[in-house]
Design a protein around this ligand. Sequence first.
Ligand code: PLP
Length: 404
Amino acid sequence: MFKINENYLKLPGSYLFSTIGKKVNAYAAAHPDKKVIRLGIGDVTQPLAPAIIEALHKAVDEMAAAETFRGYAPDLGYEFLRNAIAENDYRARGCNISADEIFISDGAKCDSGNIQEIFGQGNKIAVCDPVYPVYVDTNVMAGRTGVYDSAKETWSDVIYMPCTAENNFAPEIPKERPDIIYLCFPNNPTGSAITKPQLQEWVDYANKVGAVIIYDAAYEAYISEENVPHSIYECEGAGLCAIELRSFSKNAGFTGVRLGFTVIPKELKCGEVSLHSLWARRHGTKYNGAPYIVQRAGEAVYSPEGKRQLKQQIAYYMKNARYILEGLQSAGYTVSGGVNAPYIWLKAPGGMSSWEFFDDLLERANVVGTPGSGFGPSGETYFRLTAFGSYENTVEAVDRIRAL
Ligand SMILES: Cc1ncc(COP(=O)(O)O)c(C=O)c1O
């Protein structure tokens, strides 16, 4: 009889977004006259920028002629895109990353989930709490996390680094030594960012103890403050200890188009083995590349027109973020994030739990957010609102909350 991967049975149900969906649907069915505004899910709402649409059309036309048709993409991705990334995202920021250290993929979710495959079973992971759930769940699937404590909602073999108001939602170096450290800045869900000296401390620590950092910079485009690094490779020595994940979802609206990349510097080694060679082997064996037309669309993100249009798109979302942040602050809420990230993290008022506040907000303001407890125990009593809605809906939602 075949056997299943029993690690999958250990996964606690991921009920967060389905529970939210059920509650919202039930409320909407019972109150058909009410306009429910959703500021819960981290999906973008603005259409693709014209420069990207143009590149997509052009690439589609190329596929229609034998002379310009493309089949399988090169393993690492097309050079035109890797060169554009290396130049714009790295060399322009003083980071010494070359095109052949970049692996094009169909998004950061897959990469952040798959990257653990190249590491041994016995590694101990450290994650922020609250956290983007993919990092932990994929290590559960791989059998690396030990036993689940359903009361505490934690795994015995995972090091949790609480991110709370006391530490300004920035993790502290853990007492126990991890092998693999997942960091995500600007952060989902808290919307917090860390400064370059703070990130340098993590790089120094990882190099000192022989740990690897998996740095998820999916929200890099939202950074507005000077002292916040856009890439971990802005830190000295990061090439020796860090893998960086990037996405085109949030900077260019590719959530449905799908494109991302992973950077593994060639100098990043475990003994004599370069992680770059392991990921290249994995990529070559298991992955056949993001579509040509999508990679051409990705290239357009770096064209002068693309850059200009996307700057406007980010500014549109960040105007929403500012409206939420300032609106709720002036109404007396304790609010953070929203300056270098499209997420606003607020404390549920009056000692309510995350879910109590969710129900209250749905019932009385008809506004949907995400309960912070869904991202980890330290998220309890917090609540996430996103800036990805339309400006009109954002204003209406915030004004309703203010009027409560
Ligand atoms: C921290 C983080 N990383 C990765 C992703 C997924 O990105 P992609 O759409 O490229 O898979 C998300 C999406 O919400 C995210 O919040």
